[in-house]
Design a protein around this ligand. Structure first.
Ligand SMILES: *Cc1c(COP(=O)(O)O)cnc(C)c1O
Length: 368
């Protein structure tokens, strides 16, 4: 008889499927690493900001010391930037850490967690890891159906995850709709508003979620340095919520969850407005480049507010995997989304102009 370890809900977990690393694709397909284009993980194609690299080099000299467990300087930077008290900030080892902290701190086995169909893959993982019961609300036009999500709240619901813009579909919920939703949620249910792609929003779509944090003690806003700030490999994210909720999260947070180089780099990146501007501009240009090509090829795509586009590459359920393989053979890595229940679609991260162009050529061949 074999021994089983851990609870049923942990053994039933399907681990997160990350984008294929460049070196792995080079090995598997016998390609040169230099010729591979990776548009699979919504990383920043501009690379790490020079300001952050410089800060890391300085911080490296002090690596024999433990990091500041309270992240005083980084929290100070965030507090100033968003005009909130330091007591409202939780630092995370990526915002993935924040999402997990929320589930661990707030949900007991059997209690329910609400999220939308086609929303971020970490929500089901974080829910299941604590034995939570997922209530998955059907998507509307590939995005969140907020009235349906409010109606889905049950007596034992403890947490609601909302991604705005959403990954992998790129949909966006306008501020007025979000605010109306927040008013419907009972005070004992925590809403995690995951704003991983907020910095890519056009100025006229931006909204001030910290104003809602002031209004709603059950709201937690999550941000990351992995996307627009170009620090995915360092793992830094943070949450902003009122002190009561923040205190609960910090009770279970690992004391040194954000390392010292990451703290130093994050401070530099958050102060680097020029890099952020450049990221947003490259993204807006690349979005047009990709969507013009999809239009020319007659491919359907979901209009996106993030740094990626979801595109339908066929009308049979083998299409996504098939076209993905044909792209990999040409050294182009994108993200199949069959695990999200979207087997006819691929998610393409927006790259540099030359990377986007290489992808478009490879896609034309893959579809031929
Ligand atoms: C990429 C992403 C994150 C977080 O990434 P981290 O690198 O862990 O900060 C969070 N939410 C969504 C919706 C994402 O797409």
């Amino acid at each position: 008889m074999s021994t089983h370890f851990g609870p049923d809900y942990v053994r039933a977990l399907a681990p997160y499927q990350a984008g294929k690393p460049i070196a792995e694709v080079a090995r598997e397909y016998g390609l040169d690493v230099a010729n591979i284009v990776k548009l699979a993980s919504n990383e920043n194609p501009l690379g790490i900001p020079a300001s952050a690299l410089q800060a890391m080099q300085a911080a490296a000299l002090d690596l024999a010391r433990y990091p500041d467990a309270n992240g005083f300087d980084l929290k100070g930077t965030i507090a100033a930037k968003y005009a909130v008290p330091q007591e409202w900030i939780t630092l995370g080892n990526g915002s993935n850490d924040i999402l997990e902290l929320a589930a661990h701190a707030l949900v007991e086995p059997g209690q329910s967690v609400i999220y939308a169909q086609y929303s971020f893959a970490v929500y089901p993982l974080a829910t299941q890891a604590v034995g939570g019961r997922a209530i998955v609300v059907a998507a509307k036009d590939f995005g969140h159906d907020l009235p349906a999500m409010a109606a889905a709240i049950e007596a034992d619901t403890r947490l609601i995850f909302i991604a705005n813009p959403n990954n992998p579909t790129g949909t966006f919920i306008p501020a007025a709709q979000l605010e109306a939703f927040l008013r419907l949620v009972p005070p004992h249910v925590v809403v995690v508003l995951d704003e991983a792609y907020n910095e890519f929003l056009a100025p006229e779509l931006q909204y001030e979620s910290t104003a809602w944090v002031r209004q709603f003690p059950n709201l937690l806003v999550s941000r990351t340095l992995s996307k627009a700030y170009g620090l995915a490999g360092l793992r830094v994210g943070f949450a902003i919520a009122q002190a009561g909720l923040t205190d609960i999260l910090n009770r279970i947070r690992q004391p040194f969850n954000v390392n010292s180089m990451a703290q130093a780099a994050a401070i530099a990146a958050l102060n680097d407005a020029a890099f952020l501007q450049q990221s947003a501009e490259n993204n807006a240009d690349g979005y047009l480049q990709l969507t013009h090509a999809f239009d020319a090829l007659g491919l359907r795509y979901v209009p996106s507010f993030g740094n990626f586009v979801l595109v339908q590459v066929g009308d049979d359920d083998g299409a996504g995997a098939r076209v993905n393989q044909a792209l990999l053979r040409q050294g182009v890595i994108v993200r199949p989304v069959g695990n999200y229940g979207l087997p006819q679609w691929l998610r393409i991260s927006i790259g540099l102009p030359a990377e986007n162009a290489a992808f478009i050529v490879a896609l034309q061949r893959a579809l031929a």
